[in-house]
Design a protein around this ligand. Structure first.
Ligand SMILES: Nc1ncnc2c1ncn2[C@@H]1O[C@H](COP(=O)(O)OP(=O)(O)OP(=O)(O)O)[C@@H](O)[C@H]1O
Ligand SMILES: [Mg+2]
Length: 453
C-alpha cells in the first residue's frame, strides 16, 4: 500500500481541526478513495454520516467504496434506499445498475442505467452500456438472458424505484380461434396492431403506427381477460398482465417509477400487449382521489400512454374493467384508450361457438350446440364453460360406473344448463342506472342498446 501523500496529510489535519465540517471530510474521503485507501475512505464516509445522517452524498460515496471493496450487498442496500428516496444521483443510478447486472437482473440494470444517463449524460459508460445491450440508437434487447420455462418467459425480480417486484412476461398460447364471438373487438385489434405490422408502409403513409389503447368493460366472465391473452397469442406478442395487486403495490411504493418500468418493459419487448386488468383501480376518477399520490399515478399513467418521453410503437395497451363509471374520463381522450368497448354477454351465435370451443378434445357425440346455446340466454362465457364442466363431471361419474368413456351428448349439456344460472344479471342492474342517469357523451349507448332502453 502506498504511503498517504502530502495532500491527504493536510486534509486529515484540517478535518481534525474542524471535525464537523462534512464537505471537508467528504473531500478527504474521496481523495483517500481515489488514492486507493479504501478502508480509510470507508471510515471517513462513515464518520461523515454520523455528522449528517442520511446524507445522499455521503451514502453515494460509501456505496462506491463498498462496490470497490467487493462488499456488493452493502452497496446494494444503500443504493436501493437512495433510489427509493429519489435521492440517487446519476452516478448512484449507474452504480446501482452495475450491481444489478452482477446479480443477473439485466432488465432492472438497464432501467437504472437509463435513469442515470437521463439525469446526466456524463454518467454514461459506453462499454458498460454495450454489456447491457444498449446501443447508441437506443434499440436494445435487455432480455437476452431470458429463460423459457414451459412456454413462459420468466424475468428476474424487477427492481424499479427500489421495490422488488416480480413481473412475468407471458407468451400466451390461446389465439383468436379460441375465442367465441367478440368479432368487433377482433376487428379493432387487427386494425390497431396486426395490419400495421403487416403493412407498415401503408400505415406510415397515413401517419399511423402499430399500437394504441382499447379499454374493455362489461359484466364478469364475458371474456375480457381471456380476450386480452388471446390477442397476444394471435400476434405472437409478449403479454404483460398488471393486476390489482400490482396496482396496489404501485400505490404503496414508488408508483411512478414502477409504472414507468412497466411501460419500459413493454417497449423493450415489442410487439407487446400490456394489459391492465381491473383498470378502475388504477384509473379511478381524479376527482374521487383525495391523496396526492394516487393522482400522481394517474397523471403518470396518462403520460406513459401518451408516450411523452418514449414511443409506444408496437405496444398495444389493453385495459379491462367491470366498473367503467369509476374510470377517469381523461383516459378516454384520443390517443389513449381511444376505444372504450362494451363486451356484452355472447349472443346466440357466439354462445354456440364458445360451447364448441370448450368441448374441443373431449369425447362427444354429435351435439346440437345451437339448441344448447338457445337455452343459455344471458349466460356469460364463463357460465358456458361451467355448463361444459358440470356436464363433463356428470359424464365422468357415469363412465367410471360403466367402466368405459361415455361421450357427452346434447341432453347432458342441456341438463347442466338447467342447473346453472347466468351470473351477469347483477352487473346489469348497476349498469342500467349509470346508462340511464350518467350517460355523458353517450359512453353507455351500447349498454342502453343491449338493455333495449
Ligand atoms: N368469448 C369466449 N370464448 C371462449 N371462452 C370464453 C369466452 N369468454 C369467456 N370465456 C371463458 O370464461 C372464462 C372467464 O372469462 P374472463 O376471465 O376472460 O372474463 P372477464 O370478462 O375478464 O371477467 P371479469 O370481469 O370477472 O374479470 C375464460 O377463462 C374462458 O374460459
Ligand atoms: Mg377479467
Amino acid at each position: 500500500m502506498p504511503a498517504e501523500n502530502e495532500t491527504i496529510r493536510q486534509l486529515r489535519e484540517a478535518v481534525s481541526i474542524s471535525p464537523e465540517n462534512v464537505p471537508l471530510r467528504l473531500h478527504l474521503a474521496s481523495t483517500l478513495s481515489a488514492s486507493g485507501f479504501l478502508d480509510e475512505a470507508e471510515a471517513e464516509y462513515r464518520a461523515a454520516l454520523e455528522h449528517q445522517p442520511g446524507s445522499a452524498a455521503c451514502l453515494t460515496g460509501l456505496a462506491r467504496v463498498y462496490y470497490r471493496l467487493g462488499k456488493n450487498s452493502q452497496a446494494l442496500v444503500i443504493l436501493e434506499d437512495l433510489v427509493r428516496r429519489r435521492e440517487a444521483t446519476a452516478e448512484a443510478h449507474v452504480l446501482y445498475s452495475r450491481l444489478l447486472m452482477l446479480e443477473g437482473d439485466v432488465s432492472s440494470a438497464v432501467a437504472q442505467y437509463k435513469l442515470g444517463v437521463e439525469i446526466d449524460d456524463a454518467a454514461a459508460d459506453e462499454e458498460f452500456a454495450a454489456q447491457l445491450g444498449i446501443t447508441a440508437d437506443e434499440e436494445e434487447d435487455p432480455l437476452d438472458e431470458r429463460e423459457v420455462v414451459d412456454g413462459r418467459i420468466r424475468q428476474g425480480a424487477f427492481h424499479s424505484g427500489g421495490i422488488k417486484w416480480d413481473k412475468e412476461i407471458e407468451r400466451p398460447k390461446i389465439r383468436f380461434d379460441d375465442v367465441g364471438g367478440m368479432e368487433a373487438l377482433k376487428d379493432d385489434i387487427r386494425m390497431k396492431i396486426i395490419f400495421p405490422i403487416q403493412h407498415p408502409e401503408l400505415y406510415a403513409a397515413y401517419g399511423k403506427t402499430a399500437g394504441g389503447g382499447i379499454m374493455m368493460y362489461g359484466p364478469p366472465g364475458c371474456g375480457k381477460t381471456y380476450f386480452a391473452r388471446a390477442t397476444a397469442g394471435e400476434i405472437d406478442a409478449a403479454f404483460i398482465s398488471v393486476g390489482i395487486n400490482d396496482v396496489l403495490e404501485m400505490w404503496l411504493g414508488n408508483s411512478e417509477r414502477n409504472l414507468h418500468g412497466l411501460f419500459e418493459l413493454a417497449r423493450n419487448n415489442t410487439p407487446c400487449v400490456l394489459f391492465f386488468d381491473e383498470a378502475d383501480a388504477l384509473g379511478g376518477r381524479r376527482s374521487d382521489m383525495s391523496g396526492g399520490s394516487s393522482r400522481q399515478v394517474i397523471n403518470q399513467f396518462l403520460a406513459e400512454l401518451d408516450g411523452v418521453e418514449c414511443s409506444n410503437e408496437g405496444v398495444l395497451v389493453l385495459a379491462a374493467t367491470n366498473a367503467p363509471w369509476h374510470v377517469d374520463a381523461a383516459f378516454r381522450r384520443p390517443g389513449r384508450f381511444d376505444q372504450v368497448l362494451f363486451v356484452p354477454p355472447p349472443d346466440a351465435e357466439a354462445r354456440e361457438a364458445i360451447l364448441k370451443i370448450h368441448c374441443r378434445g373431449k369425447p362427444i357425440e354429435s351435439i346440437d350446440f345451437a339448441k344448447v346455446a338457445k337455452k343459455a340466454e344471458r349466460f356469460s362465457g364463463a357460465d358456458l364453460k361451467a355448463i361444459v364442466d358440470v356436464a363433463v363431471e356428470a359424464k365422468l361419474r357415469e363412465s367410471l360406473k360403466a367402466g368405459k368413456p361415455q361421450p357427452l351428448s346434447t341432453s347432458d349439456l342441456l341438463a347442466a344448463a338447467r342447473k346453472l344460472k347466468p351470473t351477469t344479471q347483477e352487473w346489469f342492474a348497476t349498469a342500467r342506472n349509470y346508462a340511464l342517469y350518467s350517460n355523458q357523451g353517450g359512453v353507455y349507448d351500447d349498454v342502453m342498446k343491449y338493455l333495449n332502453l
